[in-house]
Write a protein that binds this ligand. Structure first.
Ligand code: HPA
Length: 234
């Protein structure tokens, strides 16, 4: 096992889906995958391996935010040899033309986290998606007729924020949505030579205040999952 994951070597597939919520990981495994085995229960951060259309895929909860996501992504790649990581999550829309229930493919991410400032001695590093995964997800999403957006996201360290001026500035610079994990995922994938992509459904709107209902979230989650799983086995 690694420090935070109780799996034996070989129990985690080379391709993995990463929801924030560990119970989401369980739901994904039980709903979309066959022959599932739970390989991790440490800290309740459930992880499963199974098959999707005959191909081996895992799904692992990461928790919310950059610190916890960094731990799982680091160990999955460095200790278990995971090569393709697809985050499936939600974001808050930051542009008028991005609507709740749409799907966002994170081409890149900016952040208020200091993780890369420390790692790069004060210089800026640009975390970007794997182009092959981005292209595969884009093609599959378009073929399904989803309302897809491709662009920059904001990986924020704060869900509840007092001063909104930075968020406004990021909106002016075309950032599509806010979430809390992608900078960690893309940076660590680059560090270890793995491929990563974040796929997000829009759960709420920072400009209009609109929110999705539980039924909406279920439908858009299913659309996103089909794109993510088809991309995973592409
Ligand atoms: N902020 C941060 N993360 C999020 C949000 C948000 O408004 N919505 C969904 N994930």
């Amino acid at each position: 096992m690694s420090v935070h994951i109780g799996a034996k070597q070989g129990e985690i597939a080379e391709t993995i889906l990463l929801p924030g919520d560990p119970l989401r990981a369980k739901h994904i495994a039980e709903t979309y995958m066959e022959d599932i085995v739970c390989y991790n229960e440490v800290r309740g951060m459930l992880g499963f391996t199974g098959t999707y259309r005959g191909k081996r895929v895992s799904v692992q909860g990461t928790g919310m935010g950059i610190p916890t996501t960094s731990i799982y992504v680091n160990e999955l790649i460095a200790d278990y040899g995971v090569k393709n990581l697809i985050r499936v999550g939600t974001c808050g829309a930051m542009q008028e033309h991005v609507h709740v229930r749409d799907v966002v493919l994170a081409q890149a991410s900016c952040t208020d986290s200091s993780m890369n400032r420390h790692e790069f001695s004060g210089y800026d590093y640009s975390p970007i998606a794997s182009f092959p995964l981005l292209q595969a997800a884009y093609e599959r999403g378009m073929a399904k007729g989803l309302k897809l957006h491709v662009g920059n996201v904001f990986s924020s360290d704060m869900f509840y924020r007092g001063d909104k001026s930075v968020v406004k500035k990021l909106m002016d610079y075309g950032v599509l949505g806010v979430e809390m994990e992608t900078t960690a995922l893309y940076t660590l994938a680059a560090k270890y030579g793995a491929k990563a992509l974040t796929i997000l459904t829009v759960s709420d709107h920072l400009l209009t205040g609109e929110e999705t209902t539980a039924a909406d979230r279920q439908t858009t989650f299913h659309d996103m999952m089909e794109v993510a799983l088809e991309t995973a086995i592409s």
